[in-house]
Design a protein around this ligand. Structure first.
Ligand code: MG
Length: 355
């Protein structure tokens, strides 16, 4: 049985989101038990494995996967600013519409296993980087596994299909001809930063292309890009996965992901317009306020003079990671955000929005 994700996005133009507030089902490597053959050690969780895809038909994801696209709709995807995704959904696949821009997942992912299938246009058009170019990005838009028609199409090695763009060429070229469905199975390990923003460990990528190992735990130098290798910029461990609009009608199908590491809360990157509706000043007590501002794709709350980055657990509920601070925004009868409920470790207090 497939694990249902608790994420639903209505197709309405108001971009109303109804998101589940759950602890994600993650897979963590157990530590080494000093007692060998310990009969009390918990047994591995049972997962029904995926079934293989054929050219005609995508396979089934494993039972514990978060399904990002199963041929139905783009409900798990939005444009980079959070507005509805404008890629084409057709015959069980999505296709990049030229000029529609990159699309990203609503849910954020750190360490994960991603399965994604893609096909470049047939007959092929253009050459080099201009033929069937797209990309799978982790860390929102930072770390690209190149998607390209690399079948009898010469280009620079670190821009080939399955390259970590501009950093690592694939070990081999395992490309199928244009128009055929190809698979990537990718293990992404997010970079870690200390509280001061200093890099503690880099991002790592392992990639299988059509079942062939092409990237083996390579440490990224920083974000991928054309012409330059930028230094790391500190960012949250979990961020959306995105797909590139490089102007070519590349298709994707059967996209699923499994979160790795210890159990953690699900997180989402909400539309900036929605976040903006929560910003303002809320009265906490006489002369005392909570300030809520937006920085990029995140809300920042200042409580008793201390700033907290807030992470979205749902459309209205947020949490901090350094303190058990929880914040929920509430609306009045007219649908305007007029108060928030917050708690730190215990209890809950309601604060009225005053500006
Ligand atoms: Mg690309």
């Amino acid at each position: 049985m497939r694990a249902k994700t608790n994420l639903f996005v209505s197709a309405s133009s108001s971009a109303t989101l109804i998101l589940g507030f759950t602890i994600g089902l993650c897979t963590a490597q157990p530590g080494l038990n000093p007692l060998m053959h310990d009969r009390t050690e918990p047994l591995p969780r049972v997962v029904t494995p995926p079934t293989p895809s054929t050219q005609e038909k995508p396979g089934q994801p494993p039972s514990d996967a978060i399904v990002l696209f199963d041929g139905g709709d783009l409900s798990q995807w939005v444009s980079m600013d959070g507005s509805p995704a404008r890629w084409l959904v057709k015959d069980g696949y999505i296709e990049c519409s030229r000029g529609a821009g990159n699309i990203r997942t609503l849910q954020n992912f750190g360490d994960c296993q991603l399965h994604i299938e893609w096909a470049t246009p047939a007959p092929p058009r253009g050459d080099g980087q201009g033929r069937g170019n797209s990309g799978v990005f982790f860390g929102l838009d930072r770390y690209e596994v190149q998607v390209l028609d690399s079948y009898e199409n010469k280009t620079y090695a670190d821009g080939s299909a399955a390259a970590i763009y501009g950093q690592y060429p694939p070990l081999v070229n395992a490309s199928l001809p244009p128009g055929q469905w190809q698979t990537y199975d990718i293990i992404y390990i997010a970079p870690r930063f200390d509280p001061g923003g200093k890099l503690v460990s880099p991002a790592y990528l392992t990639v299988f292309h059509n079942g062939v190992l092409v990237q083996y735990h390579v440490p990224l130098t920083g974000p991928t890009g054309w012409l330059e290798r930028r230094a790391y910029d500190p960012h949250p461990e979990k961020l959306p996965i995105s797909l590139q609009d490089h102007g070519n009608p590349v298709r994707y199908r059967n996209i699923w992901v499994r979160e790795l590491g210890p159990p953690s809360r699900k997180e989402f990157t909400l539309p900036r317009a929605l976040l903006d509706s929560y910003t303002g000043t809320y009265e906490r007590g006489r002369g005392d306020t909570i300030e809520v501002a937006r920085q990029g794709d995140q809300l920042v709350a200042t409580v008793a003079g201390v700033k907290f980055q807030l992470f979205a657990a749902s459309e209205t509920k947020f949490f901090a990671k350094t303190v058990d601070l929880q914040v929920e925004f509430l609306k009045d009868a007219q649908g305007r955000v007029d108060r928030l409920v917050y708690s730190v470790g215990e209890g809950a207090s309601t604060c009225r929005k005053i500006r």
